[in-house]
Design a protein around this ligand. Structure first.
Ligand code: GLU
Length: 493
């Protein structure tokens, strides 16, 4: 039975609990963190943030970051769904330090742990029939208590020959305290926790059992995950006690909410890591952004992975839900697009252009690479960057959009003809030389650049947005620039 925190848990009073002797965030031995996603077919952005925090903490402490695929739901856990997780982590640059552990394959280990618990008297076989269980549920509801099995106190010698589940023999009184690094001490009344099923009648292990056995055997020292698992932490604490094992350090992260403060859902736009990738966000921008969702280092907005690793501490995670802020994400992405090596951006933007049916020639990569520095300042995403590059890829003869033809009045036409002839004599074809040439031309003509700049850009870009004049000319190169001018000038007159 799953109970909301309001029913099951209360935050403990400030006084430290005598049961907790060791400082909660320290445990002997190396730090081992993990991400334990269930393959659902998509990797949620919250899972990405959880992975990042685990990765940061492992790196910060010189520990290890592990991956466990919780694939016990056999229908959903297809190979493709598992691959989505591998791909998501790879794209984010958060790959695990060891080969992944698959939970389903470890069922024998889970059952062996239950044998230990039975031997220790920490678990019991419950032979209630479905009808008896229904009646007990009914009675428990009427009496306002949790379900209890009579087999808790009956001797195994009286066991009938029929199917049974194995239940945890949980304490009836007192409290279970989850001493959480983010939430503080959270107290659960044991009277509200029923005897959790560990093995079903078919011998299959249940979720909380599997998590505890796997975390213990993987050596996980710190469980950092979404706070939708806080109630499970109480259950799992009891299982650790039943097995006589030390519980890990807990840190339950507040969930990510949409900009309006409601839990992140479809209507807020993207939720899956792959959607953010498809929308043209860079992984380093996502890491920087996700690190800021629930953690921060003073007012620092932009920081490198190395800085995040140096500064990160679970103790600084805030307990209020974090809100997704598209403006901030766009701002960061723009920053990292401006910082990225142009050659890398070429490799990222070419598939986007190809998906828009641009048939690229082998020479286009070089063209795109030299154009990127001229157009990337305004790009919030790689999709924006692709938009800004289109002008350079058009092939002659360019069509002149209607409003473009209207701009080429006789006066402008004549002036652009004179400019074309002037440009034809240029030997230096770089931004400073062309800026100076255009300025000098405007002076000779006795007009401001504004008088011919817009029609010239329109002619050169074939109606697509193009960067400033000199930049556009440099990107296109001399021959292409003059050719595009010739095309437009001959079209109109
Ligand atoms: N498999 C769980 C999930 O995807 C995570 C369990 C855990 O981190 O303990 O939400």
């Amino acid at each position: 039975m799953v109970r909301g925190p309001a029913q099951a848990a209360t935050r403990a009073a400030a006084s430290p609990d005598p049961a907790i002797s060791m400082p909660a965030n320290s445990r002997p031995g190396p730090v081992v963190t993990r991400i334990a996603p269930s393959p659902t077919g998509m990797m949620h952005i919250g899972t990405a943030r959880t992975a990042l925090f685990n990765w940061l903490y492992a790196r910060h402490t010189g520990g290890k970051f592990l991956l466990r695929i919780e694939d016990t739901d056999r229908e959903r856990s297809t190979e493709a769904a598992v691959q989505v997780i591998f791909d998501g982590l790879k794209w984010l640059g958060l790959e695990a330090d060891e080969t992944p552990v698959f939970q389903f394959a470890r069922a024998d280990r889970h059952r062996a742990a239950v044998e230990q618990m039975l031997a220790r008297g920490a678990a019991y076989k419950d032979y209630m029939t479905p009808e008896e269980l229904d009646a007990e549920r009914e009675a428990a509801r009427a009496e306002g208590r949790v379900v209890r099995s009579p087999w808790r106190d009956l001797s195994p010698n009286d066991a009938p020959d029929r199917p049974f589940v194995v239940r945890l023999k949980a304490p009836l009184d007192g409290d279970t305290i989850v001493d959480d690094q983010v939430k503080g001490q959270v107290r659960f009344q044991n009277a509200n926790l029923d005897d959790l099923i560990l093995l079903r009648t078919d011998g299959s292990p249940t979720y909380n059992l599997a998590v505890v056995v796997d975390d213990h055997e993987m050596g996980v020292s710190h469980v950092i995950r979404g706070d939708d698992h806080l109630n499970n932490a109480a259950r799992q604490t009891l299982i650790y006690q039943g097995l006589g094992w030390d519980a890990p350090v807990w840190a339950h992260l507040p969930l990510i909410h949409g900009p309006d403060g409601a839990k992140l859902s479809k209507r807020h736009g993207a939720q899956a890591v792959s959607e953010f990738a498809d929308m043209g966000y860079l992984p380093e921008a996502m890491r920087n952004y996700l690190a800021k969702l629930g953690w921060g280092h003073g007012d620092d907005e932009i920081f490198s992975d190395d800085q995040a690793v140096e500064w990160f501490d679970i103790a600084h995670v805030v307990s209020a839900p974090a809100r997704l802020d598209w403006d901030k994400l766009n701002h960061l992405n723009n920053h990292y697009i401006r910082e990225a090596e142009p050659a890398r951006l070429v490799a990222l933007v070419v598939p986007i252009l190809e998906s828009r049916d641009w048939k690229l020639k082998s020479t286009d990569a070089a063209l795109i690479e030299r154009t990127i520095p001229l157009v990337r300042d305004g790009a919030k995403t790689l999709l924006d960057l692709a938009d800004a590059l289109v002008f350079v890829l058009r092939t002659r003869p360019l069509e002149l959009p209607e409003k473009g033809a209207a701009m080429l009045t006789e006066e402008v036409h004549d002036r652009l003809t004179r400019l074309r002839d002037d440009l034809a004599t240029a030997s230096d074809w770089d931004v400073p030389a062309l800026e100076a040439r255009i300025r000098a031309f405007a002076e000779r003509e006795g007009v401001g650049i504004g008088k011919f700049g817009a029609p010239l850009r329109m002619v050169l870009g074939g109606g697509s947005p193009a960067p400033d004049l000199a930049g556009t000319l440099v990107s296109l190169g001399k021959d292409e620039s003059l050719g595009r001018l010739d095309d437009a000038l001959s079209l109109v007159r």
